[in-house]
Design a protein around this ligand. Structure first.
Ligand code: ZN
Length: 315
């Protein structure tokens, strides 16, 4: 898994790990609970369908912790999200603190952050910017808050207590508003990915209603423009199209093309965009931008997608 992530980006596959550990995993619309771990007569995990993908993933990792650490059965509610692992645990909550610590270490190991830092050219100091930290959280598949806390726990330089407090004072909705400008989405639950040339060739793993702000350098001075017909063909709707720049005041310079697109359904595939001279539609593109997207989240009732994939492979 580490090799794959270092090559293509992405996140730790929590549900695939549970299934490959031989633990039955089912998604159900649970009332008042995020997840359940049982160990008699055999181990098993339930995760709710009623929450976002990042919460489902953390819950799965927490239940995997119960299994791996040989814990007693557990009914887990919202408190698994609010607990601060690594604090001294009260005696009756010992195994819950352990499962939370396991979940964080498993889903957000230091090498995963390092991989994304290198690819994106992010420095530790860049993490003081909530927009950057939010973009990191999407790529590692964790909530904004869990990502902020993990950065500090891993001792990332520049994330001290004060920086963490500043980051946590910002609500994800404010970050999304900044990214979307004057475009107002139907709701503020959906995530907003900022995609740039740095994401070329990577996998984007999100949810069916996610929004994408693509910012690509356009060599408009030389007559090249990005075309976005491929977005329509792939089932994305373009909701905003702007140009920023030119950078500097040189004639023939570059602009930044900024496109906002939304996904309308669960889908998976490759998207390739090209920068061409519009009067030579079949000419060689100057630049291409290609990403692999998997927007099947959140998990729906039944088996995980990881398990369905495994069953298909075995068939
Ligand atoms: Zn638990």
């Amino acid at each position: 898994m580490r090799d794959r992530i270092e090559e293509q980006g992405g996140r730790i596959d929590v549900f695939d790990t549970i299934v490959r550990s031989g633990v039955p995993l089912l998604f159900r619309p649970l009332d008042g609970l995020l997840g359940v771990f049982i160990n008699e007569p055999m181990p098993g995990v339930l995760v709710t369908t009623k929450r976002s993908l990042s919460i489902q993933r953390f819950t799965g990792a927490h239940e995997l912790g119960h299994f791996t650490l040989g814990h007693d059965p557990s009914l887990d509610d919202e408190s698994i999200l609010r607990r601060m692992p690594y604090r001294a645990a009260p005696d009756d909550k010992q195994q819950e603190f352990e499962a939370d610590a396991f979940a964080t270490e498993f889903m957000l190991p230091p090498w995963l952050f390092a991989t994304h830092f290198v690819r994106q050219g992010w420095t530790a100091a860049a993490m003081a910017d909530p927009i950057t930290t939010y973009q990191l959280s999407l790529r590692v598949g964790a909530s904004y808050e869990a990502t902020c806390r993990s950065l500090m726990r891993h001792g990332v330089e520049a994330i001290d207590r004060r920086t963490l407090d500043n980051l946590l004072r910002v609500q994800p909705k404010q970050i999304k508003q900044t990214l979307l400008g004057d475009y107002e989405p139907p709701d503020w639950w959906r995530d907003v990915w900022l995609l740039t040339e740095k994401d070329e060739g990577t996998i984007i793993e999100g949810s069916r209603s996610d929004l994408f702000v693509l910012k690509l350098t356009e060599h408009s001075g030389s007559g090249y423009v990005w075309t976005f017909d491929e977005l329509d063909d792939a089932g994305f709707a373009v909701v905003r199209d702007e140009r920023e720049g030119p950078v500097g005041n040189s004639v023939g310079g570059h602009t930044t093309r900024s496109i906002t697109a939304c996904s309308e359904s669960a889908q998976e595939g490759w998207l390739t965009l090209a920068e061409r001279r519009p009067w030579i539609p079949d000419g060689m593109p100057l630049t291409e931008f290609c990403v692999h997207y998997d927007l099947n989240g959140p998990e729906v009732e039944g088996l995980s997608q990881a398990e369905r994939r495994l069953l298909l492979e075995a068939a």
